[in-house]
Structures are given as C-alpha cells and as structure tokens.
Design a protein around this ligand. Structure first.
Ligand code: MOS
Length: 744
C-alpha cells in the first residue's frame, strides 16, 4: 500500500494555494518601499543612439531616476554564455549606443508608482541614427564560413542521385513566442552588497549565477526566490534584461525596484523560437528502405548571439539509414535573441523530418506507419549505442489500434462524413531523456509533518507534488503532512527546469534523503529512553520500520507502534534531517542512448462548403518510462498537444520589415489555440520503466507531447484537402486557393 502513490493520479499539492490566490508569483511579494521601473524600448530596428533627452521625464512627479547608456556604467557580461552558445548570448542592457532590434531596452525609468514611471517613460526621447534593419530572411546576408552544424555518415548525395524514389522539399516554420501567462518580472532589493531577487524563473540557481556575474558580486551574495512560476516554456531558462535592469535600478535608487516585461515586449526582448527553413532530400528503394537523408537548415539569429536551433539531431537518430548528411547555417537579422522553446531543435526538426517521411510514404504508396517500421532503428544509428529502453514500435501499434488507423482510405478527400471530409495524419515523437545532479534535504518534524527542500522550482509541471509523493511513499506520511519547499537559491542545489529532466534528476535524491532521515529516526527509536523500542546497553535492539508514518517492530503490524513524532519527542528533538546528493553514473550511462518516444495521431474535419477546418481528434501514445504522477503527467502531454495545435494552425510572429516591430505583439493578433480549437485529447502512457536512467524508471514528459503534433496535422490537412502544409501555420486560404497574406 505504501508504494501505490508512485504512479497514482495525484492532485497537485500546491493546487489549493493556486486556486485560492495565495501562491506568490514574482510581483505578488509585498516589498516595503518598493519603487517601480518601466523599461523604455527602442522603436527602431537598427540604429545608433545619438542623444537621449531625459530631462522632461526626470522632472515628472515621483520620478527617481532615468537610466540609459551614457549615464550608467556598463554591466558585466554573463560568463557562462561564452561556453554555451546554444543557450544564446544575452547581452546586458545599456552596454553601448547600438540598437540591434526593435523593442531593445534603451532606458529605464524608476518612480514611486507604476503610473508615474509609465507616464515618464513615454516622455523619454531618443535621437537615432537609423539604419535599414534586416528583418526578413530574404534580407539577411548569406551565411559566411562553414556551417555551424555538420555531420554525415555514408554518402548521402551519391545515394540520393541513384535512388528509386525521392523527395526534395523545404519546410518553413515562422518565429514562435513562449508568452507564458505570467509575464517576465523581477523585484531586486539590495542590502549593502547583498542582492535579493524575486523572479519568475525556470532556474533559481542559474538566475543567481548570471545576476552575480552581471552585477560583479560573489554568487553567495545573491539570493533568488521564485516559489511559483506562471510557466516558461523555455523562455525563463535564462534571466533576460528585466532582471538585470531591476538589479541595476535598485542599486542606483537605493530602494527595491520591480521591472515587469509588458505583454507587447514579450514578443521581442525575452527570446523566441527562431524561424527555420529546412530543406529535406530523402530517398528510398521501392520497398521503402531509406537510402539517403539530407537535412539542411538555415536559421536566423540576432546580431549579438550565436543561438543554433538544433533541428538536425532528430534526423541522425530516429531512423536507420546508412547515408545521412545534415547541416545548419546561421544568418543574422535585427530581431531579439532566440532561445530554447519547448522541445528546442527537435520540434521544428521533427516537423520537417516527419512531414518528409509522410510525403515519401505517399510517393511509395506505402502506409506511413509501415514506412517507419521498415526503417525502425533497433539501436541509435548516430552513436551505435543500444537504447536504454525503446518501445516506439508499440507506440505505433497501440496508437493505430486505438485510433482505428486500419479503416484509413489513403486517397485524398476520400473519407467523407456528411458535409465534411475527414483527414488523418500521424507522426513519430522523440525527445532526449536526460538526468543531472541534485541535492535534497528531507526533515522529519516533531509535529508529525515532514519537509523536503531543494533549490529547484516548480514551473507548473508538478514538481512540488513529485517531492511529496516520494517522501510519502518512503514513510507513509500522508501528502497533506509533507511540506515541500522549492524555488529559493539558498536551498540545497537542484536542477534548472529544462529539457524535461527534473523528475528523473530529483527522484533519486529525494528517495535517498528520505531513507537517510528514516534511518536516523529508527536509530533514535532504539536508542532513546522513553521510546517503546528503547534497548538499553547490552540488550538486543528490536528491528524497527516506518509504515504509514508509524514506527513499529518490523515483524508486527504498523499500528502496534507509535506515530513517528513520538520518537522525536521522546528524544527532545525538533527534527531529524536526511540529505543526499545524487548524480547519474556517467560511465554507466555512456553505454546507452537515452530518448523518449511517442506516436501521435490526428484527425481534422474539413467542410469545403464553408471553408471550415477543425481538429477533431488527437491521440498521443508516449513511451517515457514510468510515469510518477499520472494526472500531472497527462496534463503535461495534453498541454503540449494544445501547443502543437497552435504551432500547426495559428502561431506566427509577423515583423514589419520597415522597423522590425512584431506587428501582432498581442494576444488578439498572435493567435494561439483556444478551447474552441481543441477537441477531446487522449493520452496513453506505455510505462516501461527505464532503470538505466534512475531506480524509479522515470524519464521526462515536459516536451515530447509537442513533438509530432504539427507534422501529423499537416498530413491530416493534406489527406482531407490535397493541400500540402510545408509552411506553418496552416491558413485556411491555402485550402481554398487563396493567396497567403503573410511575410516570410
Ligand atoms: Mo525547456 S525549452 O528546456 O524549458
């Protein structure tokens, strides 16, 4: 009974705090003497700032300071970014007089109230030496030098030339933005040289490290607090300028300062998924055996970073093909710096890869699942390592059965249902399964509660609940009595919420820390006069255990013992701690390739009479190891599917080529999937534990649910309408022969 909570559908332990409004998000913290900072964004895409006219703003009511390049010493650059170019380099604000993109912060106004700061921000004037910005892909200078990514096996070009069946298509995905519900926001407070920061972040420790670097103070002098995060989708992996501005501003006015990124600037200054243009040249023998795959990506980044959206990783890994060549090139545009967004690299990569597979299947007159099974990779074809655990074949089979794939008529437009034509599509999903190091402290308290703590954070995914589940599983203490404390950089070090790795990372540390606390408790039980299990010197101590939160003799029923807190009280202890640091066994992990897999099946209904297209069914089958919390896990996958519907059907940041302004920088014009766009979603977990990753057999599920949605929907749309969707998002005008009103 005590193990059943692992894998159960457990309500989030932090749910009541959220629905009752007690959960403290970044700006909910009540800070005494708080001043308000409002960032002033550039209104041009490329320029030199010639002059800043701040005197009017400076003299407005309540204004404490107007800061900009020229009246503030430059901040330091984050050192870490030098080594991790995939993460993107984030330049501190006000570094020089250059404007690299529309919406770059060029000044910060600080005032006693938000309204005063906002009013004054509108009055800061800039004289610019404006250059024509390069905003569209067609305006970028051609990539210089060798590609940023290049790898090959066999002779892809040669095999392509002589192959029986081939396709050569290009797939384009526009800029997509994270735009979590809680906008980026930071409160910074200095006490002497020590900085306290209330932020909304996916990594309290990374935020601490980067802010320490940028402000030039020791890391231990910065504390980052983020108990709740209104999600991030990757956009909050790294601190963006608002955090640096809050720290700078607070130092300057010697008061705590908050800076929030307004919704309109959530489209410019806090990262995005970059545009990608992916050319796929695939070839197969007449029986469907893949003989060649070439995948070439061109992708813009900003003027000041080296961010590579690693789309080609999936192509070297997912299918068994002897001749593969991939390359990625960067071009520069006057846009903000891109950053990882849910399933970075793999999600756009799989749109191209899985779309190409579906197009190839049609050319081969082969079922798309049969084509995938024909080229199934029994080992990782990139690394030649065995998979730690792979059940993708069963994902296809299970999905096909549940979806009714056998009833498919592959002929375009053939599956009528009343006035509508049904379209069916499928795609594979894949995402890395990683694990890092974590330290967790677990405390058993004399009031009968337990407490688990770690400097990781819950970004809405259910991390609080996982901690409580493991402590409860190990001790039998009910969930209500397990307090979980996360989101504070002073706690024992834990992982960033990124890459779908937190669960696999923290489980072993929570388990070991709990075991250690329990061992100390059981020791106290036999060593402490007044404990019913006390064994004085020279006598044989009874064997004791903890069940349902009670300490008892191992061979007697649990309720013959006492609640665990009675042992602590007998020993006059407030609490007993266990603390464990766990790391993956890197040497052992080097023997396997770790991935999660899935298969996604989509149905759309197309009514040509009124040009209406709706997603009507969405089935996802996931092989991600043991699922620790079925409810939170299902939420993760279904939420990702909703995001995938948005990616396929709606999402696109559109820039004005004159200024680089995203003209749809609001939720009225940047469309996302809403309830009316989303049918009942189904999610199946296969649940084969992956014990090579951790003793719970759990991999991650934060990202994989998004991976195959867009290519499956593109196939479904083609099946119903005969229109190929190679440029996202789908527009209904594509299906009625109209002209696409979009700018690429
Ligand atoms: Mo994820 S893009 O690693 O938050």
């Amino acid at each position: 009974m005590s193990t059943s909570i692992i894998g159960a559908a457990v309500n989030r332990v932090d749910g009541p705090l959220k629905v009752s409004g007690q959960a403290q998000y970044a700006l909910d913290h009540k800070i005494e003497n708080l001043a308000y900072g409002v960032g002033v964004p550039s209104t041009v895409g490329s320029a030199r700032v010639v002059r800043v006219e701040a005197s009017e703003a400076q003299h407005m009511p309540g204004v404490l300071a107007v800061l900009y390049h020229g009246n503030t010493p430059p901040l330091y650059r984050p050192a870490e970014r030098l080594e991790h170019s995939r993460a993107g380099e984030i330049r501190p604000p006000f570094e020089d007089d250059q404007v690299y993109y529309y919406g770059q912060y060029v000044a910060l106004v600080i005032a006693n109230t938000l309204e005063q700061a906002q009013a004054a921000a509108d009055k800061v004037k800039f004289e610019y030496d404006v250059r024509k910005p390069a905003v569209l892909l067609s305006e970028a200078e051609k990539p210089q030098g060798p590609p940023r990514v290049h790898s090959s096996r066999g002779d892809a070009a040669g095999a392509f030339a002589s192959a029986a069946v081939k396709i050569d298509e290009t797939y384009t995905i526009p800029v997509e933005v994270h735009n979590p519900m809680e906008m980026h926001a930071t409160i910074a407070k200095w006490e002497g040289d020590k900085l306290t920061v209330y932020a909304t972040t996916q990594g309290v420790l990374n935020e601490q490290k980067v802010l320490a670097e940028v402000m030039g103070v020791p890391q231990e002098d910065v504390q980052v607090i983020s108990p709740f995060c209104g999600s991030g989708f990757g956009g909050k992996l790294f601190p963006w300028p608002q955090s640096m501005l809050a720290a700078l501003g607070a130092k300057h006015v010697k008061r705590p300062v908050q800076v929030q990124v307004p919704r309109s600037l959530m489209f410019t200054t806090v990262g995005h998924r970059p545009l990608t243009q992916q050319r796929m040249r695939f070839a197969a023998a007449a029986d469907g055996t893949l003989v060649s795959m070439q995948h070439d990506v061109v992708q813009p980044t900003s003027m000041v970073d080296e961010y590579v959206e690693w789309c080609t990783g999936v192509t070297t890994t997912l299918y068994d093909c002897p001749n593969v060549e991939v390359s990625q090139s960067l071009v520069r545009l006057n846009v903000g710096t891109p950053t990882p967004m849910r399933g970075p690299g793999a999600v756009p990569g799989l749109f191209a890869l899985e779309s190409a597979m579906n197009e190839l299947a049609e050319k081969l007159e082969m079922d798309p699942i049969a084509l995938r099974l024909k080229n199934y990779a029994e080992t990782d074809p990139g690394s030649h390592l065995p998979w730690s655990s792979k059940h993708l074949r069963e994902c296809y089979q299970r999905g096909a059965e549940q979806f009714g794939w056998a009833k498919r008529n592959p002929k375009v437009g053939s599956m009528r249902q009343g006035d509508e034509i049904l379209g069916w599509g499928m795609a594979s999903a894949m995402w890395d399964a990683g694990r890092g190091g974590a330290t967790v402290r677990v405390r058993l308290n004399a009031d009968g509660t337990a407490r688990a703590s770690c400097a990781t954070q819950d970004i809405g995914t259910g991390t609080y609940t996982i901690f409580a589940q493991v402590v409860s599983e190990k001790t039998g203490i009910v969930l209500d009595k397990v307090q979980v404390v996360l989101g504070d950089s002073t706690l024992p070090p834990g992982p960033t919420s990124g890459g779908s790795t937190v669960t696999a990372t923290v489980l072993p540390a929570i388990a070991q820390a709990t075991d250690q606390a329990v061992q100390r408790l059981l020791q106290a039980a036999v060593m402490t006069p007044g404990s019913p299990f006390f064994a004085p010197n020279g006598t044989q101590a009874p064997k004791v255990a903890i069940t349902n939160g009670w300490v008892h003799e191992t061979d007697k029923p649990w309720n013959s013992g006492v609640p665990f807190d009675e042992i602590l009280i007998a020993r006059r202890l407030a609490a007993l701690d266990g603390e464990a640091k766990t790391e993956p066994d890197r040497a052992a992990q080097g023997h396997y390739s770790f991935r999660s897999f899935g298969a996604q099946f989509m149905e759309i209904a197309w009514d040509p009479g009124i040009a209406r297209l709706r997603v009507t069914r969405a089935l996802t089958v996931i092989d991600a190891g043991k699922i620790i919390n079925r409810k939170a896990g299902t939420n993760q996958v279904l939420g990702a599917v909703v995001m995938g519907i948005g990616m396929a059907m709606f999402e696109e940041a559109i820039y004005d080529p004159r200024t680089g302004k995203p003209i749809n920088n609001n939720f009225a014009d940047y469309l996302v999937a809403t309830n009316a766009d989303v049918p009942k979603l189904e999610c199946v977990f296969l649940e084969y534990p992956d014990y090579h990753l951790n003793e719970y057999g759990a991999r991650g599920i934060g990202e994989i649910g998004l991976a195959g949605v867009a290519p499956a929907l593109a196939m479904a749309i083609y099946h119903a309408t005969g229109v190929r969707v190679r440029t996202l998002p789908f527009r209904v005008e594509d299906a009625i022969g109209g002209e696409r009103a979009t700018i690429v």
